[in-house]
Design a protein around this ligand. Structure first.
Ligand SMILES: Cc1cc2nc3c(=O)[nH]c(=O)nc-3n(C[C@H](O)[C@H](O)[C@H](O)COP(=O)(O)O)c2cc1C
Length: 161
């Protein structure tokens, strides 16, 4: 089964997890890069939060791998304002993932990701969601917990190697 990970990451926690999931497998890892950048100081909460609330869909840099050729897709996002990030919204608007198996992964500052996953499920419509996993940030301070979740994600990916 061919699998790919699409992720957005502002401060590399989600990047770290995406790369760890793929380590030692043939999975492709594809970063979503919005053409609009967000600050990494305190203003990120204002600009990022507003874009979530207003359901903005920033234009993305073109993808190195399009999802059409894959059966299994991991979508990884930071939780922003209890939801998913604008870059992921853009990606879901640009690509029809119906009929694909999907695993949802979120990193969060400690908050619950259930609203984020609910919003992603609604945006995904017809796709088959086979797992939802949340990892607490900063990932560097929670390595053991992150490893355990990455193991569970690998198990959920089953036949992908
Ligand atoms: C705009 C913004 C909004 C956020 N909102 C939440 C939130 O609602 N709940 C939460 O637990 N963490 C929230 N966080 C923290 C991030 O989810 C967390 O730090 C995440 O791991 C960052 O991922 P990254 O390093 O890949 O960008 C927010 C961070 C930003 C920048």
């Amino acid at each position: 089964m061919k699998a790919v990970i699409y992720y957005y990451s502002l401060e590399d926690n989600t990047k770290r997890i995406a790369e760890r999931i793929a380590e030692g497998t043939s999975m492709e890892v594809c970063r979503l890069i919005p053409q609009k950048t967000y600050p990494t100081n305190g203003l990120k909460f204002l600009f990022g939060g507003m874009d979530v609330i207003f359901k903005k869909t920033p234009k993305l840099e073109s993808l190195s791998n399009r999802p059409e050729g894959y059966d299994f897709i991991v979508l990884a996002t930071p939780v922003w304002a209890s939801s998913f990030t604008p870059a992921i919204r853009s990606f879901l608007g640009d690509h029809n993932l119906s009929g694909k198996k999907i695993i949802l992964v979120a990193t969060s500052g400690g908050g619950d990701a259930s609203k984020c996953f609910k919003a992603m499920r609604e945006a995904l419509g017809e796709s088959e969601i086979v797992g939802e996993f949340v990892i607490k940030s900063p990932v560097a301070d929670n390595e053991n917990a992150a490893d355990a979740v990455v193991d569970s994600i690998r198990k959920c990916l089953g036949g992908v190697n």
